[in-house]
Ligand binder design. Structure first.
Ligand SMILES: CC(C)(COP(=O)(O)OP(=O)(O)OC[C@H]1O[C@@H](n2cnc3c(N)ncnc32)[C@H](O)[C@@H]1OP(=O)(O)O)[C@@H](O)C(=O)NCCC(=O)NCCS
Length: 176
């Protein structure tokens, strides 16, 4: 398996990947997020990675920057979305994409990474719900227990509630 930066030319493959990996009730909205992020520019930049086997994309992950209100010195990102093609799941590809992405964020001095997903999966990588509890999401959460964070560089975290702001692609209440 090879992990590389995902490009705009990967649009069709990444869209197909999400349509196949997620249930029909949510696959369109998550596929849209994944592909919108390919075209969005931000500073600091969005990190989008594709896992390839024999030249085909079998996994994808994106990390986009998050601004924390009144706490600009803390560099934050959010992991969203992540998918592995059904036939290639349970072979360590999702884990490899998370680990590879987190290493890149750590090298860039990022302090905290958020994720909104299944704690049973993301807990394996050290994400914790209590680390995210002071950070208010842009929209109310359908599954509040899925809001988690991990610290990857030393930073004095907020001990009072703060709002977070995401890139445009994530500013859709249906994603939360
Ligand atoms: C979740 C997903 C990305 C994991 O990718 P993967 O390549 O299969 O993951 P890995 O091989 O690194 O790890 C697989 C392990 O995670 C476990 N796992 C997968 N999804 C899980 C979940 N929701 N909760 C708990 N464990 C989960 C598997 O059972 C497996 O466990 P094992 O190692 O004990 O057998 C993949 O299953 C997927 O694309 N699912 C559909 C889309 C999705 O749910 N994306 C994440 C959004 S929160």
């Amino acid at each position: 398996m090879n992990i590389r930066t995902a490009e705009t030319r990967d649009y069709d493959d990444i869209r197909r990947l999400y349509l196949s990996a997620f249930p029909e009730s949510e696959n369109e909205i998550v596929a849209k997020l994944a592909t919108d992020l390919l075209f969005e520019h931000s500073n600091p930049p969005i990190i989008a990675l594709a896992a390839e086997i024999d030249g085909s994309i079998v996994g994808h992950i994106a990390f986009s920057p998050v601004r924390i209100d009144t706490f600009e010195q803390c560099q934050a990102y959010i992991l969203a979305p992540l998918a592995v093609k059904p036939d290639f799941q349970k072979q360590g590809i999702g884990s490899a994409l998370i680990t590879y992405g987190m290493e890149q964020l750590s090298d860039r001095g990022v302090h905290i990474v958020f994720v909104y997903g299944d704690p049973n999966y993301y807990g394996r990588f050290g994400f914790k719900t209590y680390l995210a509890q002071n950070y208010k999401t842009p929209y109310p959460l359908q599954y509040p227990f899925g809001w988690q964070a991990i610290t990857i560089c030393e930073c004095n975290l907020k001990n009072s509630p703060a709002s977070i702001h995401c890139v445009s692609s994530l500013c859709d209440p249906l994603l939360w």
